[in-house]
Write a protein that binds this ligand. Sequence first.
Ligand SMILES: [Zn+2]
Length: 130
Amino acid sequence: MQHSGGFATTINCMDGRVQLPIIEWMQQEYGVDYVDALTEPGPIKILSENEDAATVASIKRRLDISARLHGSCAISVVAHYDCGGNPVDKDTQMVQLASAIERVKDWGYGLPIVGLWVDERWAVHPVQRD
Ligand SMILES: [Zn+2]
């Protein structure tokens, strides 16, 4: 694997089971050494509902550092099987994920955004690209 020394960013769940799969997928996909992890319990719920203004602002503040200071090349937004912070079925999560991606896109960083699903075997699947 050829690494650039660069950064990518993930808006991921805080669930420990999905950290390494997502970091490794992002490193392979974008050829980066480092993945800035912005973690919340069920971030797609938080971003799609847009009701918890303090947490949404916190995610944006962290994304700003990752995008502008680290020069991140891409952003992933993550949904996963058995999410304790967002205990709804996969179909509902896919709707939330699309909405969460739209919100991040609206922030205007102009970076590629990928929606990722982590399944019951902790395998990572790209389900939406923007
Ligand atoms: Zn979760």
